[in-house]
Design a protein around this ligand. Structure first.
Ligand code: ATP
Length: 387
């Protein structure tokens, strides 16, 4: 079994607390991705699981066994690094075989394991080459192969694709997804800065920030139901817009009078006592659309970026405030400098009070998150259904 349990795990370097109160249960066979701002401790947490960093507080269990003081080689894990860390003077096969030789496996066992890994990773034609005669993507596959031959229960990946160019990143990402699919009972934990990798690979994403866990959830759960403004703005690109305002009518549909002059009708319930509270209405750029009717935002387009499949409109880039961004499908020539009226569906908007989502207040559990496809077909933005 390769389930992991982190209980109140902490890490400090001298007086500096890097991580604290990390509680996390990872099921056997899960693909978990750690994301978070630079320096938040993603690599440190991964390295503590690997045994490469000492855990300064709390406990780590793997497969029900306490691992705090167990050396890395006895944890049943293998780690793949951004820098590949291959031995330059050894062939691909010898690189993959190295750990098995150290472990005293027979020549036949080693040959079988390296052949199998070579086949899985399409490295068979390169087994006798040195790393310098391989592309970056092939080198990273050898590094992954080195992990596979050991048949670990848990795979740890520390930004494995960061050194690859865009096309190779996509190709290798897909290979990692296929690798996982071929080993459904192996657990994988993966650190990345890349939103696409996090969204596409993860069963669950762990968002780390400020030394702790900001939120854990399925990728689309984090996208559709962020608990805080921080997570709302961290997941999704460009970041969610936050429009400040005041609640002017409560009920199942909350009305917010925006400081900018517009009015937003948000399908998040509020209570009578909420009347008048300050809120930020969160709207993803891709949820904004042009309207002839009542607008919740109106402004002069300062800048457009035509990306082909979408056009980004920027408002307020000159001012002191964070610009508002809208992402419209298709090509929209000649919008720059024009005034545009925008709105969004009530079910597509978010509501935050003091940085926290009003969907998750008073510690009251909402109905479990239901993926969009499971929502009633006539419900716009079904993820916000309050059933
Ligand atoms: N040996 C060390 N001594 C002191 N502080 C350290 C040491 N190693 C890491 N840190 C600090 O711990 C924090 C977390 O570092 P870590 O590399 O885990 O962050 P990260 O989230 O992986 O960052 P990035 O996304 O930039 O790779 C950082 O503030 C870093 O400066």
């Amino acid at each position: 079994m390769a389930d992991l349990k982190l209980t109140n795990v902490a890490k400090s370097y001298g007086d500096v607390d890097v991580l604290r109160n990390i509680d996390l249960d990872i099921a056997s066979g899960e693909f978990i991705v750690f994301v978070g701002p630079s320096g938040c401790g993603k690599s440190t947490l991964l390295r503590m699981i690997a045994g490469l960093e000492r855990i300064t507080g709390g406990t780590l269990d793997i497969g029900g066994q306490r691992m705090n003081d167990i050396p890395p080689s006895q944890r049943g894990i293998a780690m793949v690094f951004q820098s590949y860390a291959l031995y330059p003077h050894m062939t691909v096969r010898d690189n993959m075989a190295f750990a098995l030789k150290i472990a005293g496996q027979s020549k036949e066992q080693i040959r079988e394991a390296t052949d199998r890994a070579g086949k899985m990773l399409q490295l068979t034609p390169y087994l006798d080459r040195l790393p310098k005669a391989l592309s970056g993507g092939q080198r990273q596959r050898v590094a992954i192969g080195r992990a596979i031959v050991r048949d670990p229960q848990v795979y740890l990946f520390d930004e494995p694709l960061s050194n690859l160019d865009a096309a190779l990143r996509v190709a290798t990402r897909i290979e990692i997804a296929q690798l996982k699919a071929s080993m459904p009972d192996r657990t994988m934990i993966y650190v990345t800065h890349d939103q696409t990798e996090a969204m596409t690979l993860a069963d669950r994403i762990v968002v780390l920030a400020g030394g702790g866990i900001a939120q854990v959830g399925a990728p689309l759960e984090l996208y559709e139901r962020p608990m805080t403004e921080f997570v709302a703005q961290f997941i999704g690109s460009p970041a969610m817009n936050l429009l400040p305002g005041r609640v002017s009518a409560t009920g199942d549909l909350t009305t917010v009078t925006l400081d900018g002059g517009g009015v937003a009708h948000v399908a998040i319930p509020t209570r009578a006592g909420d009347e008048g509270i300050r809120v930020n209405v969160g709207i993803r750029p891709e949820d904004m659309r042009e309207t002839e009717g009542e607008a919740l935002f109106e402004g002069k387009v300062d800048l457009t970026e035509a990306l082909g499949e979408v056009t980004l409109l920027y408002f307020g880039t000159q001012g002191q405030q964070v610009p508002v961004i809208a992402k419209l499908p298709g090509i929209h020539p000649g919008l720059s400098g024009r005034s545009v009226r925008l709105t969004a569906d009530p079910g597509a908007m978010h509501l935050f009070h003091e940085g926290r989502s009003l969907l998750y207040r008073d510690g009251v559990a909402l109905p479990p998150y239901a993926p969009r496809a499971a929502a009633a077909p006539d419900h716009a933005g079904g993820a916000f259904s309050q059933a």
